[in-house]
Design a protein around this ligand. Structure first.
Ligand code: MG
Length: 168
C-alpha cells in the first residue's frame, strides 16, 4: 500500500516529467530559431520521451488505485546563449531528475514499498542513459564549437533521432 507521502511524491514526479517536456520544447524552439534543425529535432524527441515518462507515472498511480492530479507548470528557461549552453542546461536538468528519482526510491525503500521500488528501477536505469547522452554531447560540442562544418555534421546526425517508446 502506498502511503500518502509516497503518493504525493510520485504525483509530483509525474508533473515534473511534464515540466521536463516543456523545458525541452523551449530548447527545441531556441535551436529552431538558430537554424539548427537537427538539434531542434533532438529536443523535440526528448520532449516526447518526457511525456512518455510522465504517462508511466500516470499509469502506475492509476494501477495502484491512486488519484492523479495535474499541477500548473512553472515557467521554463527560454533564453540561451549558445547550443553548448542548451546542452549544459539539459544535463543540469537531468541531474535534478536523478536526484528526485533517488529521493523517491529512498522513501519507497523506507516504506518497504516493493511495487514502487520495482517501478522506479526502470527510471534509475533510464537516468544513467540520460546523463551519459548529455555528457557525451557536451564533450563533442565543446570540442567542435568553433568549427561550423563539424557543428553542421552533428546537427545532421541529431536530425535522425526518432522517438521509440522504450521497452518495458
Ligand atoms: Mg524523464
Amino acid at each position: 500500500m502506498i502511503s500518502e507521502k509516497l503518493h504525493v511524491k510520485l504525483n509530483d514526479q509525474l508533473n515534473f516529467e511534464f515540466y521536463s517536456a516543456h523545458a525541452y520544447l523551449a530548447m527545441a524552439a531556441y535551436c529552431t530559431e538558430e537554424n539548427y534543425d537537427g538539434f531542434a529535432n533532438f529536443f523535440l524527441v526528448q520532449a516526447e520521451e518526457e511525456r512518455f515518462h510522465a504517462m508511466k507515472f500516470y499509469n502506475f498511480l492509476s494501477d495502484m488505485g491512486q488519484r492523479v492530479t495535474i499541477a500548473e507548470f512553472p515557467s521554463v528557461k527560454n533564453d540561451f546563449t549558445s547550443i553548448l549552453d542548451v546542452f549544459q542546461t539539459a544535463l543540469h536538468h537531468e541531474k535534478e531528475v536523478t536526484r528526485r528519482i533517488y529521493e523517491l526510491s529512498d522513501i519507497a525503500l523506507d516504506e518497504r514499498e516493493h511495487a514502487t521500488m520495482a517501478f522506479l528501477k526502470w527510471f534509475i536505469d533510464e537516468q544513467i542513459e540520460e546523463e551519459a547522452t548529455f555528457d557525451t554531447l557536451i564533450a563533442k560540442i565543446s570540442r567542435i564549437e568553433n568549427d561550423p562544418n563539424a557543428v553542421f555534421m552533428l546537427d545532421e546526425e541529431l536530425a535522425k533521432r526518432t522517438f521509440v517508446a522504450p521497452a518495458e
